[in-house]
Design a protein around this ligand. Sequence first.
Ligand code: C2E
Ligand code: CA
Ligand code: CA
Length: 644
Amino acid sequence: MQSITALKKDPYFKLRLILVCLGVAIAVSIIYITVVYKIAVDIGETTEFDSIRTEGTHLEYVLNTHALGEAKFRIRTILNKNYLPTPSKETTTYGFILFNSSIIFSTSNLPEDIFHQATDIMKKAMEKNDHGIFDINNDRYAWVRLTTKHGHDILFIKQARSLSLALDYITQRLIITSFITFWIAVWLALFLATWMNKKVQSKNDALTHIATHDTLTGLPNRLYLFSKCNTEIQELISKQSLYSDQKSGAILLIDLNDFKEINDAYGHDIGDMVLNGFCQRIQNTLTKEETLVRMGGDEFIIWGKNLTESSALEVSEQLRLACINALVINDISIEINPSIGISLLFQHGLDLDSLITNADLAMYQSKSNHLGPVVYNNTLGESYLYDAKLRGDVSEAILKEQIFLLYQPKIELNTGRLIGVEVLARWDHPIEGIVSPVHFIPLIEKSVHIHKFTRYILEKSIKQVSQWRENGIDTTIAVNISPYNLLDDHFGKDLEQLLQSYNVPVTSIEIELTETAMMNDISSTKRSLLKLRKLGIRIAIDDFGTGLSSLSYISQLDASVIKIDRSFIMDINTNPHNLAIVEAVISLSHRLNWEVVAEGIETQGQLKTLADLGCQHGQGYYFDRPLSVNDLTSLLQAKKNYSI
Ligand code: C2E
Ligand code: CA
Ligand code: CA
């Protein structure tokens, strides 16, 4: 999961921030010190040049106004008066040179070697500039060049004492200032970094919270689960390698039953309140060590690192108890009924993905069996893999005609006469062998192939009826269809066309539809069935008694046949409740002119009871199991009645 990184905080963020702030502060201090120093140097140099130029101009004046010999004497006197003759630390050294092409006159209180060095430097610099500054032995000198009216050049050089002093002074001050600025910068950097870090972290925390929590319930979400749970799983796995008897960690995957119906019936606002109410109730049953996560929609997960199989079942029980009373929202009482699948770390997976997948399989088992919580086991996984494999082969099965038909006779109970057959599909799978429709029909129903599949069954069945009719055998055939077929607007038309093209009358075919299937959307089912009824096709209500339909629905559907489910027939002689129900259904059917078929008659006792109750028709192993086309054809040709 890529987005999990969003949860990780940057541990070096504050340090980096401090370093950046410090860097900026130091850079600013350096710039400040450099600029101040530069300005001081500029001012100092300008002052030096002004002073040396004034002095030089004075000496130039002496040369301009006196004969050379007199001027030399006067110059020497002036300089001797202004400067001490021998250099010391306190004296300012100077040098004066008068020259044309070669030196005419020079005087200086500088040591001779330094004066020579200075002369060389100046003569070189003179080609580009008429003044400048240079250093010899850490002493700084300023010089200026002037030209007399007689065309002589003057080079006047003077130790830049005040500049050096001023710079020494400024440097000292700057060192103190920079030290103070540096510390101010450090504290500022620390303060700024802490403040910014706090701001960023609080924003980051808020964003992380949004990213890792569900907006409706405020519960942690999938992202949070993956982050927290993966860490705890790793801890548990490394702990387990040290203490091999300590095995804990479990996932409870919870899905609310019929939540879609609640949403559809009462609207999404009430649906949201139901989810919130449900979460609150569960939260109250959990300890701090267990985390409730909303995975999306009406699906939740509880992860507990200390949970074992028994404590996970205990949590499920608490959950069941918490949901025992209906939620009352806006005076509407709403039942909440969760299905729970449990998977255990170590036994059922070592990573979150496989734990969730397995808990999901267990949850589906719990949902379909209404058994309460189901702990994952390997057979669940195997049947899932088996289903997944079959699902992949479904489209080929139809294409390669691997699906074939068996026919189960329908008998008139008081005569033993064969009055029709029910078509039952089988899949001759190239690897798995014969696969029962109980396995593959639900897979086909969930795929896009259901329309193609039913058309295939209908065509094969109708073709078979047509062949029988050509051979003088006239029998009716009942075909099972899926509720999804009724959503196809062309279904009735296609069926009519098939009957026409094989020249089979509509009275030869009956459509069987399970009771539960019809109840999903009664109005659209009604519309589609009406079209079939208009064509003259009889409708049978299959597995009657197992669904939730009221009898009024069935009369609205204009059904002709009621097939009482095998579960009522099975113990009709031992269960007085079922006997009473069957009796009531039969007598009602007589009054409403419905044909009644009892499914799954296996014993003579059952047959006798049903016949005594006035049940007209029946099917079951007592008469025959579903037969191959050849066996059934022989049976039909023999026109022999079953013994009653
Ligand atoms: P169903 O329509 O209720 O079919 C009756 C089932 O009960 C058949 O199972 C049949 O073999 C079985 N049966 C009949 N008499 C007895 C008996 O005395 N004892 C016991 N124990 N069982 C008996 P089958 O063939 O496995 O079919 C299962 C279900 O698959 C069918 O239940 C039907 O709902 C569905 N199905 C079968 N063929 C098709 C089909 O072509 N299309 C659709 N949509 N569903 C089909
Ligand atoms: Ca049936
Ligand atoms: Ca049935």
